[in-house]
Design a protein around this ligand. Structure first.
Ligand SMILES: [Zn+2]
Length: 181
């Protein structure tokens, strides 16, 4: 079960890059008088980056800020494996649920990470999308293969520069790609 009182750990910060982004966004807008946050804000302004421990500290300060607490993801380290992570505690209904971003995907191939998968698909860049979810401060991508397979199952997908030796290219993808040229 999740415990809302659970604090962020260094590991949370290391494993979820968007937590760092949240902390930086917060510091840039911070105009309070808490010394720790002011120091962090100064260091971030001069150096551009902060240590993991400092970022973790900033996030745990944010938990006490009512304007932000509701937007913070629950610390992953307190969620048991196998449970769906409840990311939200409050929702501001005036924010859009998601915003489509202009993104260019450079990698040409798409592959399921299931160990039994044998095929690498060709990424259809025109139909692959990147979305920003303001309520959870998260990016999610919606990939599209030329053959139409794999869409939405992003938890089990990765983009690739090259076809691994033990996989083969999806022939349906090739046929549709060649047909569309
Ligand atoms: Zn395919």
């Amino acid at each position: 079960m999740t415990d809302p009182a659970h604090k962020y750990t260094d590991r949370d910060v290391r494993e979820l890059p968007y937590l760092t982004q949240i902390a930086y966004t917060y510091l840039d807008a911070y105009h309070g008088d808490f010394e720790f946050l002011l120091d962090a804000k100064r260091i971030h302004a001069y150096q551009g980056v902060l240590s993991i421990a400092t970022i973790r500290g900033v996030l745990n300060c944010m938990r006490a800020d009512p304007r932000w607490a509701g937007y913070l993801p629950i610390a992953p380290s307190c969620v048991s494996p196998g449970l769906v992570t409840p990311r939200l505690r409050t929702v501001n209904l005036q924010r859009p649920a998601r915003i489509k971003l202009n993104a260019r995907f450079k990698m040409p191939y798409l592959m399921s990470t299931w160990p039994t998968a044998q095929v690498v698909h060709m990424l259809n860049r025109d139909r692959t999308e990147l979305w920003w979810y303001p309520h959870v401060l998260e990016y999610r991508w919606v990939p599209a293969a030329y053959c139409g397979g794999l869409r939405w199952r992003t938890n089990y997908l990765m983009m690739l520069h090259d076809i691994p030796a033990d996989r083969r290219l999806c022939l349906r993808c090739v046929a549709i790609y060649e047909g569309g040229k």
